[in-house]
Design a protein around this ligand. Structure first.
Ligand code: MN
Length: 236
């Protein structure tokens, strides 16, 4: 029997995949905090003594925005912030689930990679941090997770040593390498999977390098990771 709903069921977010007509359906979005030493320092933390920690964004189609290569997506500037920050990140797309995944096995759980933006209402996040409260209002709002084209892992073997950068209106603000991750992709998957059973469709935002900052309404963000399709977004 077909299930009927009292209103149309919400649409699932799904990412376009390079070289395929099929899309990658998104389940959950996990994010790693302070995973580059330079960014940990600019946020006032000691990068050497902290194990990885995680927060989540919604996986729904209002939060996760697939952006096609060559397109500049125009998205609504979010409400309630005067300090709207970009964070350019390598996104892991999980294709095989599991709990307590060993570091040595973790790569086999990665379906592919994409460039993502962990957009942040920094003022609201700061207020929540100061009050010891959850980060959702700073992190988990609509249009907070634009993601570029997903590239199957086998097609981008060098991505974990690639350059990562972000420009605002053509001016470089973030410029680093994925090798500067404190916790590598495999270590992150292993650690995260001790806390949550990962499932196909999960995305992991692996953290941002130093250089985060505010973006103004109408400015264009261009996020790049060598070997992956670039991601261009404008909040208006
Ligand atoms: Mn982040």
């Amino acid at each position: 029997m077909t299930t009927t709903y009292v209103f149309p069921a919400p649409q699932m977010a799904a990412l376009a995949v390079a070289g395929s007509e099929a899309r990658f359906p998104v389940r959950r979005v996990y994010c790693v905090g302070r995973n580059y030493a330079g960014h940990a320092r600019e946020m006032g933390s000691d990068p050497d003594r902290e194990p990885p920690f995680f927060f989540c964004k919604p996986g729904d189609a209002q939060a996760v925005v697939p952006v096609a290569p060559g397109e500049t997506a125009e998205l609504p500037f979010p409400p309630a912030t005067a300090n709207f920050h970009f964070e350019c990140e390598l996104v892991l797309a999980i294709g095989k689930g599991g709990a307590n995944i060993a570091v040595a096995e973790a790569a086999s759980h990665i379906y592919g990679y994409a460039v993502g933006l962990d957009m942040t209402r920094r003022d609201l996040q700061g207020q929540m941090k100061d009050a010891g409260r959850p980060w959702e209002v700073g992190k988990a709002f609509d249009y907070s997770a634009p993601v570029g084209l997903l590239h199957p892992a086998a097609s981008v073997p060098g991505v974990e040593s690639a350059a990562i950068s972000l420009q605002v209106d053509g001016v470089t603000k973030q410029d680093s390498h994925i090798t500067h991750l404190i916790w590598s992709a495999s270590e992150t998957i292993a650690n995260l999977s001790t806390l949550f059973a990962l499932q196909p469709g999960d995305l992991i935002f692996t953290g941002t390098p130093e250089g985060v900052g505010a973006v103004q309404r109408g400015q264009t963000l261009l996020a790049r990771i060598e070997g992956l399709s670039e991601l261009s977004v404008r909040y208006v």
